[in-house]
Design a binder for this molecule. Structure first.
Ligand SMILES: *Cc1c(COP(=O)(O)O)cnc(C)c1O
Length: 393
């Protein structure tokens, strides 16, 4: 074991298990470890490094903002914060026209969801509906909406009155939503579950059902938003959800979260109801604006759609049961429980990928991944699987 890994084990709390590598540098979709080995990063910090590593536009935006005005408290406004709120409202609005709304800035996906959760409480209702296999974060409130028993059980009782329904099943949703339901919270694709894709029309049905009962529809775009699926949002903004939360890819690696609340939902939290010291910090906001500008300037939405389709097609293999996803959020199911072995084999071959379950692999590479890097992985894929099946069985 390397010296730094030993020191990690003695100094850093063991919530993540032993680190796979010590990384020292990154550029584009490539990272290097402490021994000088190079990897193609097909995980992108878990759907975070939208522009890859050390993108000049992001480096310049963060450096310039830090040199100008790094942090103020929320007693004061800054230009980047206001501009980012306006941009998020626009990109989460339908093409037909901007929706009226308000944004709360936080520092992570969990915190964006905490803000949304607190907003739902101000409806006067407390019942929430979430989906099986959902992931909404690890803080107590966002954990209450997360289905995974292993994450929940050690921390029960969790706040709230949450009912879980099978994901993608509109009839199951209709059966539990009633006039006491404050909100239904759904991911447009379930990323942490290994990329579950609902049947077409599911979110539209969720909108119809929530509207019928005066409940809010809250779409968690923390993993899927900001170009990940080849669109600004994975859901169709024409559905007009009440709450949309963003985080992971929004500032390309600078910590940020955003809770976008449309229409009346934007008025649920008032002065004194919620707060944050760092949220909306001008550096984080400048980083996010640089990401949004670069996604536009480099035509990345189109690139993600094309390259994602190419990657998904090329992953086909006799051991691959299913390839799911949209754009550069891709889930792969294998026909045996060798996903961790596949992650290890890929790492040895110079590729960083991720296992979301015993037989499930996820790819969430930087949006700037090149065709050449994608092809290098597809070329290595059969041998990665061969090694995984040899070692894992
Ligand atoms: C990652 C994730 C979160 C939690 O975000 P953190 O920044 O880890 O708190 C919430 N919702 C979804 C859909 C996520 O993928």
């Amino acid at each position: 074991m390397s010296e730094l890994k030993e020191r990690y084990a003695e100094a850093v709390m063991n919530t993540f298990g032993p680190p796979k590598l010590v990384l020292v540098r990154g550029e584009g979709a490539h990272v290097w470890d402490e021994d000088g080995n190079e990897y193609v990063d097909l995980l992108g910090g878990i759907a975070v490094n939208a522009l890859g590593h050390a993108h000049p536009a992001l480096v310049a935006a963060v450096s310039e903002q830090m040199q100008t005005l790094g942090h103020v408290s929320n007693f004061f406004a800054t230009g980047p914060q206001v501009r980012l709120a306006e941009r998020l409202l626009a990109l989460a609005s339908p093409d037909a026209g901007p929706r009226e709304g308000r944004v709360f800035f936080a520092n992570s996906g969990s915190e964006a969801n905490e803000a949304a959760l607190k907003a739902t409480r101000r409806t006067g209702r407390t019942k929430l509906v979430s989906a099986a296999e959902s992931f909404h974060g690890r803080t107590m409130g966002s954990l209450a909406l997360t289905s995974k028993t292993a994450y929940r059980e050690p921390f029960e009782p969790l706040p709230g009155d949450v009912t879980f329904v099978p994901y993608g099943d509109a009839a199951a949703l209709a059966a539990v939503v009633d006039d006491d339901t404050a909100a239904v919270v759904l991911e447009p694709l379930q990323g942490e579950a290994g990329v579950n894709v609902p049947p077409p029309g599911y979110l539209a049905e969720a909108r119809r059902i929530t509207r019928e009962h005066g409940a809010l529809l809250w779409v968690d775009e923390v993993q899927t938003g900001i170009g990940r699926t080849g669109r600004w949002t994975a859901h169709d903004p024409a559905l007009e959800p009440d709450l949309v939360t963003f985080a992971k890819g929004l500032a390309g690696g600078y910590p940020i979260g955003a809770c976008v609340a449309f229409g009346e939902a934007g008025q649920l939290l008032g002065p004194g109801n919620h707060g944050t010291t760092f949220g909306g910090n001008p550096v984080a906001a400048a980083a996010a604006l640089a990401v949004l500008d670069t996604v536009e300037a480099e035509g990345l939405l189109e690139h993600v759609r094309t390259l994602g389709a190419h990657l998904r097609d090329g992953l086909d293999h006799p051991h691959v049961v299913e390839v799911r996803g949209e754009g550069l959020l891709i889930g792969i199911s294998l026909d045996a429980e060798v996903a961790p072995a596949a992650v290890a084999a890929a790492q040895d071959a110079g590729f960083i990928i991720n296992a979301t379950g015993p037989d499930r692999v996820r790819l969430a590479p930087p949006l700037v991944l090149t065709r050449a890097d994608a092809d290098a992985f597809l070329t290595a894929w059969p041998q990665i699987l061969a090694t995984a099946y040899e070692e894992g069985s």
